[in-house]
Write a protein of this length. Structure first.
Length: 255
């Protein structure tokens, strides 16, 4: 498997993302936080901080306009992502690396054992591990739910022409609760994995630079590293064990 490679200050890096994926992430990040900043203050409008945010945008009318315009941008982003993924898998033979498999459940158990000291190496994950798949499908499925319920709330009279009236309050409840859930998942789960995780602290720059270090690839995606370097899984496992033992030794010396 041929992957672009470079060396910086004695560290090897492999190309992980292209310009398209990095730009897509930037747009997703901007639209998500804009939707949060203009959506949650409407949901929790009785709080002082919500009133201040609404005033900062110039009033509730402006907040709603920005929220809906950003919602359209998010819808376009989601649609193009799904279309590109389908075309890639159907016609370009892209590997469906984000699909959840039985191995992901075994990887979860293996990592729990690793963190509890019952296993000497972390789970042998491929290009995307179970945590990344969880986040990905949360964004995709949650995004689809937000898009559908958002348009129902925007055009209630249109939808109630062919759907029962109860769909409007149901859409409102789903939209508000999913928005809060998505915000909490990003703040707690994604921020920890991308920023506060000791293995990447102070920031995992992969999605911003497009490059991932060989060390991080070995630790989090050893199966992909074996494929890139055309090495056997056994060799990668042995290197992982050696790396783990060296880290244990360093900790014992410090103690």
């Amino acid at each position: 498997m041929k992957v672009e490679k470079k060396e910086v200050n004695g560290h090897v890096y492999y190309r992980r993302f292209g310009i398209y994926r990095m730009l897509e992430h930037w747009i997703l990040m901007i639209t998500f936080f804009t939707l949060v900043l203009t959506g949650l203050p409407q949901r929790f409008h009785e709080y002082e901080i919500s009133k201040q945010i609404i005033a900062l945008f110039g009033g509730i009318v402006n907040v709603r306009v920005i929220h809906r315009a950003t919602g359209i941008a998010f819808t376009i982003l989601a649609m193009q992502h799904i279309v590109v993924a389908c075309i890639g898998m159907l016609f370009k033979r892209w590997h469906a690396s984000m699909m959840v498999t039985v191995k992901d459940f075994y990887d979860t158990i293996d990592n729990i054992k690793y963190y509890l000291g019952m296993r000497d190496i972390p789970a042998l994950c491929d290009r995307y591990d179970y945590r990344q798949k969880f986040e990905y499908w949360g964004v995709v499925l949650g995004g689809i739910l937000m898009i559908i319920t958002g348009f129902i709330l925007w055009f209630p009279t249109t939808f109630t022409k062919f759907l029962p009236g109860q769909v409007v309050p149901a859409a409102k409840a789903a939209h508000q609760n999913e928005a809060l859930l998505a915000f909490l998942v990003i703040v707690v789960w994604h921020m920890y994995n991308s920023v506060f995780n000791p293995e990447v602290f102070p920031l995992d720059k992969t999605i911003f630079t497009g490059w991932i270090s060989r060390e991080l690839l070995l630790h989090e995606h050893p199966l992909e590293l074996a494929r890139i370097e055309n090495r056997s899984i056994e060799e990668i496992i042995e290197e992982l064990r050696s790396l783990h033992l060296s880290h244990v030794g360093e900790r014992e010396v410090k103690e």
